[in-house]
Design a protein around this ligand. Structure first.
Ligand code: SAM
Length: 280
């Protein structure tokens, strides 16, 4: 609960009200870098929802689900700055500069990003540009894909009997190869979560086996985690690439590797497309 000292005084409130209503007041804009979570709008934070409702302009990318976008009030300007592999709508530097321009125009800007803005989301680069330009900003964390997707797939990322550590890595390939610490990824009693890894799945599984993991180690690919269109394909390091190929999965997908994947057989609770209890 807020301490009385945290509350603005009557004099402060009056000063803010005067500043906001003064005819020629120069309003300085600000940017809120907001995590939109993995898809299910029920996973938004209260802070995210509040800021979306108060925004003057929202810049969003392709990972933000329609269900989340539908919560933005109709009068709020929306700008799609989506990014897909090899098909970037705006280059990162252009997005950074657009944020600066919108804030300099005096607007309350919400930069909405899928999952958490600091998790493989280039959020750090965006606020770095804001900081360099003297634009005030705030960061609102979101549920990153690994957490949301694992929860809705019934796969606990850690478990006392199976995994004492969990690694989050990106499978994004540079020049056709994956630059990962394979020795660290192939250690026992841990879970490995791979973002952006579908294309490299065969290489990923082969490398882990080459570095000592059992070909029988359970692994899963989850497509559209937390959404009504969620699909989960489970197998082993040896079988998953072919199973995923046959399933014709498409992004966004997340790969989870480790003994914990086996627990899904008992713990799978989410029925995509059905109403979640308490939300009807
Ligand atoms: C550029 S990264 C951004 C991650 C994001 N900042 C986060 O914290 O989740 C995009 C990758 O996140 C993963 N991802 C995001 N949402 C997902 C979802 N609903 N289901 C499966 N994977 C998802 C996919 O691997 C996708 O390629």
């Amino acid at each position: 609960m807020a301490d009385a000292q945290d509350r603005p005084t009557a004099a402060e409130l009056a000063r803010v009200a005067r500043a906001e209503t003064a005819p020629n007041a120069t309003r300085h804009g600000e940017v809120y870098l907001v995590g939109a979570g993995p898809g299910d709008p029920e996973l938004l934070t209260l802070r995210a929802l509040k800021l979306m409702e108060r925004a003057e302009v929202v810049l969003y990318d392709n990972l933000v689900s329609d269900a989340v976008l539908n919560l933005i009030p109709s009068g709020v300007e929306r700008i799609y700055v989506g990014k897909r592999r090899a098909n970037h709508t705006l280059r990162q530097e252009e997005i950074n500069q657009l944020l600066v321009r919108e804030a300099r125009a005096g607007k309350r800007v919400v930069r909405l990003k899928g999952g958490d803005p600091f998790m493989f989301g280039r959020g750090g680069e965006e606020i770095d540009t804001l900081a360099a330009n003297g634009i005030p900003f705030e960061v609102v964390p979101g549920i990153t894909a690994a957490l949301g997707v694992a929860a809705y797939a019934g796969i606990p990322l850690t478990h006392r009997d199976h995994a004492q550590a969990c690694l989050f890595v990106t499978g994004h390939m540079k020049d056709g190869s994956m630059d990962l610490d394979w020795g660290a990824l192939a250690r026992p009693r841990q879970t490995v979560v791979v973002y952006m890894g579908l294309l490299c799945l065969p290489v990923l599984c082969a490398k882990l086996i080459e570095h000592g993991q059992s070909p029988g180690l359970p692994a899963a690919v989850v497509q559209h985690g937390t959404a009504p269109t969620q699909r989960v394909v489970t197998g082993t390091l040896a079988s998953l690439p072919e199973l995923a190929r046959r399933a014709e999965l498409h992004g966004p997908t997340l790969i989870i590797i480790g003994e914990v994947v086996r627990l899904r057989e008992r713990l799978n609770w989410f029925r995509p497309g059905e109403t979640t209890p308490g939300t009807a």
